[in-house]
Design a protein around this ligand. Structure first.
Ligand code: PMP
Ligand code: GLN
Length: 389
């Protein structure tokens, strides 16, 4: 038989699925894959149910229901002062995952280079490579996850088509500062490039302010801004994403979207439109509740002797586990052993690195804290018992 696609054939199953399966097998508390263990707002679930029952079950328009596109435009305006044409500058997708793939497909020709900051969310590199484009990897420096500006500047060149910027950033919890954004904007502008801005955690920051790169001078028409209802409304299974981009970019992204999924479930779109229009109190409470969870986990891990790295946003914090390694262990083997013996599952941070950039750090793991406080407490108790054994 002829070989199938080489890149996909050799790609491992995503670490989130691998670790969730292991957690299930061993009955471990899953602080690996990032999903909340509580439902999102009940009135949004009811809105989705009502929409199913009032006969709106056929294809939604290609770029999304007008009511959702208008809500995305309003949300851009009230949170960031961005004036967006809902008709021409918003595209609804089946999750941020599809938004990323559609945007990359719209941007890239074979041979184009894309600057990717590591640790990187795991769909970026496979999609870039499937499109025949070439990633240029730049690594943040732990424990502060600082941006190496010289290395970033050196990664840009004549072939650079785009940079992917994930802020607030998975898995580091880093929220890029306005100074860092200004530096990145300068590189994007001077290289006539684009920025694909993965902002799915835009409403999950803990004191630090999330600033879309798109709001910086000269960036309005160079940025593609991606949001996710899964993250903003704690319903990761809904898979509704939304793209904001200037009309010229959006027109080509829509061509990719029409060939990948064409349209997204209309009932969920209607509910998400209501979600985006909620009072700011909803979004503030979402972040405040998550900050409480971060603090429980961070202080608990610190008390157990973990090196806890800074975390200003997202569902995640990273921790240094080198104090706990057994002989010849690394982050992956340790994470598997902790799942089996300790009953708590995390994600090894080396999974967010590509070997092409050299040996990844192997002393860090990612904990998801988007869980009930009582679950986080139980996880800390299990960890304490395991470490004392
Ligand atoms: N980007 C980042 C950084 C993520 O963590 C995730 C995972 N939730 C996604 C994109 C994908 O989002 P969605 O579930 O909406 O496809
Ligand atoms: N974004 C989630 C995480 O980082 C996982 C999404 C997935 O499993 N595909 O944990």
């Amino acid at each position: 038989m002829k070989p199938l696609n080489q890149q996909l054939s050799k790609l491992p199953t995503t670490i989130f699925t691998v670790m969730s399966a292991l957690a299930q097998k061993h009955g471990a508390l899953n602080l690996g894959q990032g999903f909340p263990d509580t439902e999102g707002p009940a009135h949004l679930v009811q809105a989705a149910v009502a929409a199913l029952q009032d006969g709106r079950n056929q294809y939604a328009p290609l770029t999304g229901l007008p009511e959702l596109r208008e809500a995305v435009a309003r949300s851009n305006s009230r949170f960031y002062g961005l004036e967006i044409d809902a008709g021409r500058e918003v595209i609804v997708t089946s999750g941020a995952t599809e938004a990323l793939a559609s945007s990359l497909a719209a941007l890239l020709n074979p041979g184009d280079e894309v600057v990717v900051i590591e640790p990187a969310y795991d769909t970026y590199l496979p999609v870039i490579r499937l499109l025949g484009a070439v990633p240029r990897l730049v690594r943040l420096t732990p424990p502060e996850w600082s941006l190496p500006r010289e290395a970033l500047a050196a990664a840009f060149g004549p072939k650079t088509k785009a940079i992917i910027l994930n802020s607030p950033m998975n898995p580091t919890g880093k929220v890029f500062t306005v100074e860092e954004l200004a530096f990145i904007a300068g590189l994007v502008a001077s290289h006539d490039a684009y920025a694909l801005c993965d902002e799915v955690y835009e409403h999950l920051t803990f004191g630090a302010r999330h600033i879309p790169l798109m709001t910086l001078p000269g960036m309005r028409d160079r940025c593609i801004r991606i949001g996710s209802a899964g993250k903003s409304f704690s319903m990761t299974g809904w898979k509704v994403g939304y793209i904001t981009a200037c009309a010229e970019l959006a027109a080509v992204i829509a061509k990719a979207h029409q060939n990948l999924t064409f349209a997204t479930a209309p009932n969920l779109q209607r509910a998400v439109a209501i979600g985006l229009d909620q009072d700011v109190v909803y979004f503030d409470t979402l972040a405040t509740d998550m900050k409480v969870r971060r603090d429980i986990l961070a202080s608990g891990l610190h008390a157990l002797g973990f090196g806890v790295l800074p975390c200003d946003g997202t569902y995640f914090l990273t921790a240094d586990i080198s104090a706990f390694f057994g002989n010849g262990e690394d982050d992956l083997t340790w994470s598997c052993r902790m799942t089996e013996e300790g009953g708590v599952t995390v994600i090894p941070v080396s999974a967010f690195y590509d070997e092409a950039g050299g040996a990844p750090p192997r002393h860090l793991v990612r904990f998801a804290f988007c869980k009930k406080p009582i679950v986080l407490q139980e996880a800390l108790t299990r960890l304490r018992d395991w470490l004392m054994r």
